[in-house]
Ligand binder design. Structure first.
Ligand code: FAD
Length: 412
């Protein structure tokens, strides 16, 4: 165990701006709102952070896990951190402080031994049987160059939703990934301040052994952003760059990222997958992993809840519907299909309460939720409702699912 720190010394929590991919996970996870951001950086307020470590495991890149021993009165303030392009080096502490009496404040490393249940709705640990993920093999300073070997639209040409399936090949260089992980793409060019664009994150849509089994490639499901979340016209820098790529174009890639949103690896594990739009990417990766090993008899059950406005806006609709029904239980929620009542994924979870409860009662079941941020509350409410109907206490089950790495959210 680390020796307690002198009272005048602060173990300051910092975020590495060179590795951070601005995914907002830390800000959402922090239970005491110590993390904030501007258009440049994500930063930690030294006045608020108590070193509880709740934000550390969910960070997909590890950018969050930086600490500096500082004279408390000289801690880096928020404004200073917001202006950083890179982390400052370690500063030597005055000698007198090394010998000063101990503070009662908990050391951050000690706090990590028993982290509090964070404010995040999902687990911050992977399922117990998940395979070991590799992360940060390629960084901003040393990205990998991938080659585009495929790029085609997977939503109806007559719809507003332009979603592309993009296949990237890594040639001879290793890029080991697991289903549920993501990669970062460095779009070319600079932002309004003249700085290189920061990386955008995209979930893998292919399983660990490649988009084509045995090939050193992977696929992404990318939605072209033409309007912002409020519906105003906007030109998404990276999504438009990716959707416009041609075969043989080169792309700068960093990652892989993600060490918790991973699938269980033990036989007969069941997956409940709940997604909308491009949130289907990790579900496609996991489903394909299961499909490729149908013959082994190792698979558990797959229950999918998939939402979109119409069938033609559902990425991969055709191939999905061709999967055998005894392999995957597919439930489509369409919110704008002509002549049909509006249905959202949470409505279908309620409709299929018996199937959901049966799987939830099995500790071999993991739940994955991916898509728009707005779906989190609705899904949690529906899960609460179906559990309560069976006379179970949702808060107990919810805590167990999070502790055991069985309930995962990836929303953006
Ligand atoms: P920007 O230039 O960054 O933004 C342009 C404007 O659009 C801004 O006003 C911004 O607020 C708004 N905006 C940003 N994102 C969206 C959005 N999704 N919808 C509507 N408005 C938006 N995206 C995918 O397409 N497929 C994925 O598999 C995927 N996986 C992700 C996984 C993680 C863990 C995270 C954090 C994000 C993921 N994203 C995914 C989102 C992706 O990283 C980008 O944010 C998205 O492509 C927009 O980037 P951009 O550069 O095109 O837009």
């Amino acid at each position: 165990m680390n020796a307690p720190l002198p009272a005048e010394v602060l173990k300051q929590h910092l975020i590495d701006p060179e590795i951070c991919i601005r995914c907002n996970t830390c800000e959402e996870t922090c239970p005491i709102k110590a993390i904030t951001h501007d258009s440049n950086n994500y930063v930690v307020d030294p006045e608020i952070c108590n070193g509880c470590m709740a934000c550390v495991p969910p960070c997909p890149t590890g950018a969050i896990d930086n600490w500096r021993l500082m004279v408390r009165t000289e801690a880096y303030g928020l404004q200073e951190q917001l202006g950083w392009e890179e982390l400052p080096g370690e500063k030597a502490l005055p000698e007198a402080m090394a010998a000063a009496p101990a503070s009662d404040e908990p050391d951050a490393t000690e706090a990590a031994i028993a982290p509090p249940l964070s404010a995040a709705p999902g687990a911050t640990v992977p399922p117990w049987s998940a395979a070991h993920p590799y992360v940060n093999l390629y960084t901003h300073k040393a990205p990998m160059t991938a080659t585009v070997v495929g790029n085609y639209r997977v939503t109806g040409a007559d719809t507003e939703s332009d979603i592309h399936h993009i296949v990237l090949d890594f040639g001879e260089l290793p890029f080991p990934v697991l289903e549920g992980q993501s990669i970062g793409i460095l779009p070319p060019g600079v932002d309004a301040q003249g700085r290189p664009h920061h990386a955008r994150q995209y979930s893998l849509a292919s399983p660990r052994d490649g988009e084509r089994a045995g090939y050193n490639n992977l696929s992404l499901t990318v939605k072209r952003v033409t309007e912002d979340h409020a519906g105003a016209a906007a030109h998404g820098v990276c999504s438009n760059y990716l959707c416009d790529l041609a075969k043989n174009d080169k792309v700068q890639v960093i990652g892989p990222f993600g060490n918790t949103f991973l699938m269980p690896n033990h036989p007969r594990a069941n997956l409940i997958m709940i997604c909308t739009g491009t949130g289907s990417a990790p579900m496609r990766a996991m489903t394909e992993r299961y499909r490729r090993r149908i013959e082994t008899g190792e698979n558990g059950r797959l229950l999918l809840f998939f939402g979109a406005r119409t069938e033609r806006e559902l990425p991969y609709f055709g191939p999905l519907m061709k999967l055998p029904r005894d392999f995957i239980d597919i439930n489509l929620a369409l919110s704008r299909e002509t002549g049909q009542p509006k249905r959202y994924v949470q409505d279908l979870i309620r409709d299929r309460a018996d199937a959901v409860r049966e799987l939830l009662a099995d500790r071999n079941t993991c739940i994955y939720v991916c898509g728009l941020k707005g779906m989190e509350l609705g899904v949690l409410d529906a899960l609460r409702e179906v559990t309560l109907q069976a006379g179970q206490d949702w808060s107990i089950l919810h805590d167990a699912l999070r502790r055991e790495g069985r309930l995962h959210f990836e929303t953006y």
